[in-house]
Design a protein around this ligand. Structure first.
Ligand code: CU
Length: 127
């Protein structure tokens, strides 16, 4: 019994460390803010999917990068910028104010919804 406990304890501790490491890595990936999981935009090789996303005020949007190259999420008006999002990394930010937020990838797009670009539309609350 005693030897079994000795075997289990280090394993549990290691798993905890691995989780903590993943959490730190997620924080270091960019100015991501830990919030409730919200809708996701996927960086595809040269597009954002979906290119247009409607959300309610206060929604946290997460971009994922499953590709093999860096992308950015850069506002047309410069109001936000993810910096380089590495392959496998994510970028998240909350949108609180109703409006249209056009963005593009600095590597593969241009302002004005050209090439790799998208828009987050924060709809005004109903009523
Ligand atoms: Cu890109």
């Amino acid at each position: 019994m005693r030897s079994l406990l000795l075997l289990l304890r280090p394993a549990r501790r290691l798993r905890g460390l691995a989780l903590a490491g993943a959490f730190v890595a997620a924080l270091a990936a960019g100015p991501a803010v830990a919030q409730d999981a919200g809708p996701t935009v996927t960086m595809q090789p040269m597009t954002f999917a979906p290119p247009e996303l409607h959300v309610a005020p206060g929604t946290n949007v997460t971009w994922t990068n499953p590709t093999a190259v860096e992308h950015t999420v850069t506002a047309d008006d410069g109001s936000f910028d993810s910096g380089n999002v590495e392959p496998g990394a994510v970028f998240s930010m909350a949108f609180d104010t109703p409006g249209r937020y056009q963005y593009y990838c600095q590597q593969h797009g241009e302002p004005g919804l050209q090439d790799m670009a998208g828009v987050i539309v924060v709809d005004a609350p109903a009523g």
